[in-house]
Write a new protein. Structure first.
Length: 370
């Protein structure tokens, strides 16, 4: 009887050991599967990041959209991106209620995160019980129980931080931190890109004499409309005798030529065609969605009208010596046009046209296909 009991105990013990081993292996497999799923998710997130960067939306909208992608794909309860704008810390994207933003903008001063910023390392904090609170929380003790803080650096310069928060204690214990580091680096890459876009937006000015926006407008706001179409036509033209008018007649007369030429052309363009002062005597027009032959015919008509404009010399004109006084001046233009394909470098296309106009014979006045 004792032998039978011993056998039964041994069998049960063996089953118990087997179950323990099985559970350990199962846990490892589930963890591996979870990590694999996280990596697959990350690849999809990176693709979404790239798509967002290429969208023709404002820089701030890109940051907000990227934060939304992180929240949706990683099932994060709260995600906040905070950037130092040169004078203060500013929340660029967050799904936390706005009443908590003041505390989220002060995390760089919190003792728990200072070392993380100084060493450029991630900081994970959590609580063990529901009655405990995270050290940086002020009044909203129950809002979150876990947080991961990521300081953000561009070229070794601290620019702000990204913080994700969860409502459960130890919520991020099993998160693949390697994946999150990759995501953090991609947030930095996006911030670098949108900062460049913001700089371009801020460079846009309105030219005094033509009343047109400067060329940076084409590469920022106008690009949203231009890239609605697979192809568009870019036109660059130069008032080839503007320098001569400035020198032989007067600067104010040259300015008046710019004003009259600009007014004539902009009154002939639709809302989706963008006319800007490119540089000096050069102007650019992007005909969104238009084919090159139609634009060529349009520009022939514009050229004919422009070269009928007569501008009477302004008050700063003085005839030299006994030279006969000039009754009026007539602008002459040289035109270059080419096709722009959506997604390619618009500034490169414009530069190619500019190079042509700058190297063409100074008296050339034509419609040129490039």
């Amino acid at each position: 009887m004792k032998i039978i009991l011993i056998l039964i105990v041994m069998i049960l013990l063996g089953i118990a050991i087997a179950l323990v081993v099985y559970n350990i292996n199962l846990k490892k497999k589930l963890q591996t599967l979870n990590n694999t799923n996280q990596k697959v998710t990350s690849l999809n997130v990176l693709q979404d990041f790239m798509n967002t960067i290429s969208e023709q939306i404002t820089a701030d909208e890109k940051i907000k959209k990227i934060n939304e992608i992180l929240i949706e794909r990683y099932k994060i309860k709260y995600s906040t991106i905070v950037i130092y704008n040169g004078s203060e810390y500013e929340i660029k994207a967050s799904n936390v209620e706005e009443k908590h933003w003041d505390s989220l903008k002060k995390l760089q001063s919190e003792k728990v995160f200072i070392e993380s910023i100084q060493t450029a390392t991630t900081k994970y904090i959590t609580v063990n019980g529901e009655n405990e609170k995270l050290p940086y929380l002020e009044m909203e003790y129950a809002r979150v129980k876990s947080a991961m803080f990521f300081p953000l650096y561009i070229d070794n310069i601290y620019i702000g931080y990204w913080i994700i928060e969860g409502q459960m204690p130890h919520e991020f214990d099993n998160v693949d931190t390697t994946v999150l580091e990759v995501i953090k680096n991609n947030i930095i890459a996006v911030l670098r890109t949108v900062e460049t876009q913001r700089i371009i937006n801020n460079l846009v000015r309105e030219d005094t004499y033509s009343g047109l926006k400067t060329v940076e407008y084409l590469y920022s706001e106008a690009r949203t409309t231009i890239d609605k179409y697979p192809t568009s036509t870019v036109c660059l033209f130069k008032i080839i005798n503007l320098q001569q008018i400035n020198e032989r007649v007067s600067r104010k007369t040259g300015n008046e030529v710019i004003t009259k030429v600009s007014n004539l052309i902009k009154d002939s363009l639709s809302n989706e065609y963008f006319f800007v002062r490119y540089m000096g005597a050069k102007f650019a027009i992007v005909f969104s969605g238009s084919d090159i032959d139609g634009v060529a015919q349009f520009m022939k008509d514009i050229k004919r009208k422009v070269e009928k404009i007569k501008v009477i010399p302004r008050e700063d004109y003085k005839a030299i010596g006994n030279a006969k006084k000039i009754p009026y001046v007539i602008p002459k233009i040289n035109v270059a046009i080419t096709t722009y394909y959506k997604g390619t470098a618009l500034e490169g296309v414009a530069s190619k046209l500019e190079d042509y106009l700058e190297t063409a014979d100074r008296n050339e006045s034509d419609i040129n296909y490039l």
